[in-house]
Design a protein around this ligand. Structure first.
Ligand SMILES: Cc1ncc(C[n+]2csc(CCO)c2C)c(N)n1
Length: 226
């Protein structure tokens, strides 16, 4: 498998990835210093994020030029809703929050910006650009999961989160989407590859911002009747 394209993509986000590893939210997962309200805000916002993420993969499925890719992506759209929800629902139960309350929570400004970007790319741009936008979500979580696994966490909730993303089970969809990314660029011009990379970099920044927003307990700076 020729991985030159995805190697190049990762190369373009190394400074962003370093800043993710150094972020106090990520450091706080392993040393246990992450305040519980920040983790809780993260998990609630993530449940909302996954609804739109799943729909963006479904849109990529509809645009896939090869049946094999459509088949893979259809499975990911389903698994996003089913598998990750199980991690979240266990936590909501422990915290005494109902799923209704979670889904009635307004998305934070950063969450809305990130998901709106994903959905916009998914609905109006060509297949390869949608994959470029979706890829950081898979890949960064896998790399972060593997990195944090070595250190572990004294907090069982944080350890469970780390275990989810460091697991071999989670590696399968990551490898599948990386393979699609490398295959899809075979006949693409440099200009079209550059557009894929642009989305990849933008969404990698949003991944940093998503953790940062929870860390800051980000809220809307003005209030309406919610
Ligand atoms: C903000 C945010 N970014 C990435 C993920 C991880 N993730 C969500 S869906 C999916 C694809 C496979 O189900 C992956 C890897 C997350 N949970 N939250």
């Amino acid at each position: 498998m020729d991985t030159r394209f995805t190697d190049e993509l990762w190369e373009s986000i190394t400074p962003i990835y370093q800043q993710i590893l150094e972020h106090p939210f990520i450091k706080g997962l392993t040393d246990g210093s992450l305040p519980a309200p920040a983790f809780r805000q993260y998990v609630i916002q993530d449940a909302l994020y996954l609804q739109d993420f799943a729909r963006s993969i479904a849109a990529a499925t509809a645009k896939a030029p090869k049946d094999a890719w459509a088949e893979t992506l259809a499975g990911h759209a389903r698994d996003t809703l089913v598998v990750e929800r199980s991690l979240h629902e266990g936590l909501f139960k422990d915290w005494g929050i109902t799923t209704e309350e979670v889904f009635n929570t307004p998305p934070s400004p950063t969450n809305l910006a990130y998901t709106s970007y994903l959905v916009r790319v998914a609905y109006r741009e060509p297949f390869e650009e949608v994959i470029g936008a979706l890829l950081p979500c898979y890949w960064i979580y896998w790399e972060v999961g593997k990195q944090l696994e070595e250190a572990g966490s004294p907090n069982p909730d944080y350890q469970r989160w780390i275990d989810t993303y460091a697991s071999e089970e989670f590696a399968v969809p990551v490898r599948e989407v990386l393979a699609i990314a490398n295959e899809m660029v075979a006949d693409l011009s440099d200009a079209r590859r550059a557009r894929v990379r642009r989305h990849f970099v933008t969404c990698s920044k949003y991944e940093w911002m998503f953790w940062d927003a929870a860390w800051r307990l980000e809220d809307w700076p003005v209030k309406g009747k919610e």
